[in-house]
Every structure is written in C-alpha cells, then in structure tokens.
Design a binder for this molecule. Structure first.
Ligand code: ZN
Length: 315
C-alpha cells in the first residue's frame, strides 16, 4: 500500500560504505541504498532547506510540491565522511543532530556501547551470560527484586529486526539496569570483550567539532540532541534544562544561529516539561521518532513524526 504524503521527514543513523572496516556488523544503511533513496526522493519531493522549513512552519500553507526533510541523528563520523560529501555534491541540505557530550568529551553514548557489543565478534548468548554474572555481581537483583530468569521470561522475545537474545540484552541494559550501573556494566563488558579504549572507539564513531563547523560552513544545519543522550521523560525538569542548555551551548560553539533552532529528542523521548522548556528557549520544532508521515494540519510543532530510513520507498 502506498502511503502518499505531502511532507515526510526521514530519520537516518549510520550510513556506511561496504569498505568501512569499523565493526562491519554495526547496523547501518548501505551507501548505495542511500544514494538510491536520494535519487527517488529528489524525483518525487522537494528536499527542503532551513528557509523552506521556517517559512512552511510559520505559514502552514499547503505546499506546491511534496516536501521532504533529511535528518541524521547522533553525530556519527560517517555523516562527515559519507553523507555530507554526497549531499554537498547534490546541493542538498541535511539536518544533523549530534549529542554534545560524545562530540566534545569523546565519550561513547550508552546506546552505542550496546550496539558495539552486539556488533562485536562475541556471540550474543555469551554477552547475555556475562550480563547475568554482572547483574548479580552488582546486586541489581536486590534493587529490582527480580531474578535474572524472570527477566528472561519477560524480555526474551524477538521484536522488529532483532532476535530474542538481542532484545533481551537491549531491554535489560536499557530499561532494567539503573543508569549508574549501566555505565559500569558496559565498561566492564567492553574491556573484557572489545579491548579497544573508549577514546579510540569514540574517535572512530563520532564527528569532531571542527568537522561540524566545516559542515555548517558548507551549508549543513545542526540541531539540539542534548548532552548525554538520555530518555528525557525519565529526567526531572532541572536535568532536562541542563541537557537542553548543554546542547544549545554546543550549537553556539560551532556557529549555529539560535533564533530558529530545532530539537531532536534522544530516543524520541520527551514529556510536557520538555515542551515547556523548548517553548521558553525559542525552539521552533521538536522531532520525535514516531514512524509515520508528518500531518502538518494536525501534528504539534513539538511532536513531529519521522519516517525510518528503511521505509522510504513506502512513501
Ligand atoms: Zn539519538
């Protein structure tokens, strides 16, 4: 079923060439597929830049041509090496959302630690065995009041593109383990199984500030993806303020003008306080991870859905 829409916003993460040797199993969109998508999108949509976008959001007039916006989350190095040259060649503007801590402090985001472990040569069953050992070592069973076997029963089910073992690993590390212990668990597992320093991994994973500045100078746009890449809905208002302010500081430091800035919620997570903070700070658009076309007549400016890049040809 074709789902014809007047305005789609596409969400990309990793876009990599086949020859990329850094953790080859890392989930990413193949560059050839990416350029095929761009061919298709350029033929069927007007790919908007920041001026088109601000005009459209402020007037909300029915567009003359179908609109498409290209967004890239998490500040991956391949956005600089692979995406940006292609967009520049085609004279297109991309919207990039790096979390500031990863870029400035060269620290891995928790979600990336999980992705690297899953994409490592270690079988996922072995990772889950180690997770169980650490679960008891750090006495998480006492905090959560559940045995590991009960977690297996609850979470070991396939979902989306992931098999049951992978989902078990993701759910426990993301949603069961308390945040402070999550870092300890990931770091212990990275040390045991991956054996590459965090600094070195971050170097291969994220763009630098200098690269961000270069992209901006050459027509790309950057937006706020917070500092630590947390689920904002789980944070109190003070922490949310801090996260958003740090993101803004980063944008300012690379030279983004902050009169019409865009928020992209990490994990698509936000609540009412988040939106209040954004309104007070003159943000004009909030992007979620809800996977559907943007219905500009209905959707709030702060709850804008985006299409996963794997679904582009359905629109
Ligand atoms: Zn993200």
């Amino acid at each position: 079923m074709l789902n014809k829409s007047n305005f789609i916003i596409i969400m990309y993460h990793h876009v990599r060439k086949k020859k990329d040797k850094f953790f080859p199993k890392l989930i990413s969109l193949d560059f050839k597929k990416f350029t095929n998508q761009l061919d298709y999108l350029e033929k069927n949509y007007h790919i908007i830049n920041i001026k088109d976008l601000t005009d459209f959001i402020h007037k909300k007039k029915k567009p003359k041509k179908k609109l498409c916006m290209l967004t890239f989350d998490d500040g991956y190095l391949n956005h600089y090496t692979t995406v940006y040259p292609e967009l520049k060649k085609r004279n297109l503007q991309g919207f990039f959302f790096p979390p500031s801590k990863a870029i400035i402090k060269r620290k891995l985001m928790d979600s990336n630690k999980a992705h690297l472990l899953i994409a490592s040569k270690v079988p996922i069953t072995k990772l889950n065995k180690e997770l169980e050992t650490l679960y008891y070592k750090f006495k998480i069973d006492k905090i959560i009041k559940l045995e590991f076997s009960e977690l297996i029963k609850k979470y070991k089910h396939p979902f989306g593109y992931d098999n049951a073992e992978t989902i078990l690993f993701k759910r426990i590390t993301q949603h069961v383990v308390p945040e402070k212990l999550r870092k300890k668990i990931f770091d212990s597992m990275l040390k045991k199984f991956v054996k590459i320093s965090e600094k070195n991994l971050a170097k291969n994973m994220y763009i630098t500030k200098r690269q961000a500045k270069e992209m901006l100078t050459n027509g790309m746009i950057f937006g706020n993806h917070c500092h630590d890449h947390l689920w904002l809905e789980k944070e109190n208002e003070k922490n949310q303020q801090y996260q958003i302010n740090q993101g803004l500081k980063f944008l300012k430091s690379i030279g983004m003008k902050l009169n019409n800035w865009i928020m992209c919620y990490p994990y698509g997570s936000y609540n009412k306080s988040t939106i209040e903070i954004l309104k007070n700070k003159h943000c004009f658009l909030g992007l979620t991870s809800v996977n559907r076309a943007y219905n500009y007549k209905v959707d709030s400016n702060f709850e804008i859905p985006r299409i996963d890049c794997n679904n582009v040809f359905e629109y």
